[in-house]
Design a protein around this ligand. Structure first.
Ligand code: ADP
Ligand code: MG
Length: 325
């Protein structure tokens, strides 16, 4: 199974940031309210994710490390209207096939914690007693130690850490209810405290986007039928374009020309700015959109793209006109 897992790892695990992404999404799926991320040497030496989510029961630890074990999808309809992040059931198996991975966890029902790790070429999973509060810690040591070609492909520690930091920004903006910390080589670099009101959210937005964008941003808040758009748009009064372009569809960051186009069009009559900044969350019926066309590319396909585009445009125009009254 190790070879199959390593092949799958080629698709899922491109670099340390992809490991962080998979593990943090698992923590969020598990209901964690706090997630601490410790990185050493850009993630090549160590990636440790600690959460206070629901944990993994002792007899499910070994299963979680095996391929296509997912507790998240039960029917095909689940797959079509997928709401949880993970669903392929191969992230943990893939990561553990290209690193030394240890998973330590305790559920609310258990009085003690257990640690699991895969060993040897057959990747037999060992489960031993451990100490851990309710929740899960996953430690990924020596990423790509057994796939030297991939290891060589890694960029400098600083660059790899930069990818992790950037990915965390994306998730921090949309999951402002979760407390995230990020440290590199023992030093805390980010501390995103949970935001439960708008002032606290703007605080977090300022940490991510810089103060000028957050202090001047226009609030976007628009609803039509079962579609809603909320978030922040760069104020035309801010002459410097903000390098903040985050668009989420049902909680997932996507890259889509549709939103860039709508933003430009909304700004066209207002200012010279060619590429204004935005942080926008679109919510719509999950059946109206295909996400995850490719897991790593953040692509999205709307069934009624014209309709979605015009809705976004109107929401932005209305935010801009509010700014002028
Ligand atoms: P997927 O997320 O696609 O289901 P993964 O390989 O990422 O597949 O994880 C396998 C399973 O391990 C998950 O379905 C979940 O049951 C369990 N799991 C992984 N990480 C955590 C975590 N941090 N807390 C609780 N359960 C977890
Ligand atoms: Mg997962």
């Amino acid at each position: 199974p190790q070879l199959a897992n390593q092949i799958a790892a080629g698709e899922v695990v491109e670099r340390p940031a992809s490991v962080v992404k998979e593990l943090v999404e698992n923590s969020i799926d598990a209901g964690a309210r706090r997630i601490d991320i410790d990185i050493e040497k850009g993630g090549a030496k160590l990636i440790r994710i600690r959460d206070n989510g629901g944990g993994i029961a002792k007899d499910e630890l070994a299963l979680a490390l095996s391929r296509h074990a997912t507790s998240k999808v039960e029917t095909l309809d689940d797959l079509e209207a997928i709401l949880s992040f993970g669903f392929r059931g191969e992230a943990l198996a893939s990561i553990s096939s290209v690193s030394r991975l240890t998973m330590t966890s305790r559920t609310a029902e258990q009085s003690e914690a257990w640690a699991a790790y895969a060993e040897g070429s057959e990747m037999a999973v060992k489960v031993i007693p451990a100490a851990h509060p309710e929740g899960t810690t996953i430690e990924v040591v020596d990423l790509f130690f057994n796939t030297p070609a991939r290891r060589r492909f890694l960029k400098s520690d600083k660059t790899e850490f930069g990818h992790i930091d950037e990915w965390l920004k994306r998730i921090a903006l949309v999951r402002s209810d979760v407390h995230f910390t990020l440290s590199h080589n023992g030093k805390t670099v980010r501390n995103y405290r949970p935001a439960t009101n708008e002032a606290q959210y703007l605080q977090r937005l300022g940490q991510v986007s810089g103060r000028p964008f957050a202090d001047n941003a226009l609030r976007v808040d628009c609803q039509h039928d079962d579609m809603s758009l909320s978030g922040y748009l760069q104020s035309p009064a801010l002459v410097q374009p903000a390098d903040v372009h985050y668009f989420y569809v049902n909680g997932r960051l996507v890259r889509d020309r549709l939103v860039n186009h709508a933003v430009r069009q909304a700004f066209a009559q207002m200012s010279e700015l060619d590429q204004p900044g935005y942080v926008l969350m679109l919510e719509l019926d999950p059946h109206q959109v295909d996400v995850n066309v490719h897991p790593a590319k953040h692509e999205v396909r709307f069934h009624q793209s014209r309709y979605v585009h015009d809705f976004i445009l109107q929401a932005l125009q209305s935010a801009l006109s509010q700014a002028h009254t």
